[in-house]
Design a protein around this ligand. Structure first.
Ligand code: GDP
Ligand code: MG
Length: 162
């Protein structure tokens, strides 16, 4: 069985964009407005010869549950299914209440958690990533999924946790 890597986090942080970039195809729908996507959420992926199964939990439909409940249920599924969880936040919004809620859930689980701070498109955002240490998940990895920045570091970290 392949190791399972789950992408979690609130809507609009870039989970689908990250999924597509790691998978190397546009299989997950990227949305300009926050919401639940109806798209493919599983794919196999590979980094440095290590194969894994990737899940975009943002695409899992949880009926018409309220916004925060959906994010929590998606995080719970990730905790149950995944060996490694990539927790996605974004530097434009900073740390939000939803991020803190998810961080607490992940922190309590015994899973390997990697904190990705997305939308760090250029150097002017570099200093804004430090506030993400407050989530208690460890060192934030700055990425830009639209520009393809930071994916080497992120994926090195992912495959190191198997
Ligand atoms: P999801 O809801 O977490 O799956 O987020 P999406 O992947 O659908 O992206 C939400 C929005 O953020 C879209 O408009 C994306 O184009 C945008 N986005 C995603 N990654 C980046 C990034 O690295 N930089 C910037 N500036 N925008 C991004
Ligand atoms: Mg999505």
């Amino acid at each position: 069985m392949l190791p399972v890597v789950a992408i979690v986090g609130r809507p609009n942080c870039g989970k689908s964009t990250i999924f597509n970039r790691i998978v190397g195809e546009r299989v997950s729908i990227v949305e300009d407005t926050p919401g639940v996507t109806r798209d493919r959420i599983y794919s196999n992926a590979e980094w440095l010869g290590k194969e894994f199964r990737l899940i975009d939990t943002g695409g899992i439909e949880i009926g018409d549950a309220p916004f925060l409940q959906q994010i929590k249920e998606q995080a719970e599924i990730a905790i149950e299914e995944a060996d490694v969880i990539v927790f996605v936040t974004n530097v434009r919004d900073g740390v939000t209440i939803e991020d803190e809620t998810v961080a607490k859930m992940l922190y309590k689980s015994n899973k390997e958690i990697i904190l990705a701070v997305n939308k760090v498109d250029d150097i002017s955002f570099k200093n804004d990533i430090y506030e993400f240490y407050s989530l208690g998940i460890g060192e934030p990895i700055a990425i830009s999924s639209t520009h393809g920045i930071g994916f080497g570091d992120l994926l090195d970290e992912v495959v190191n946790r198997f």
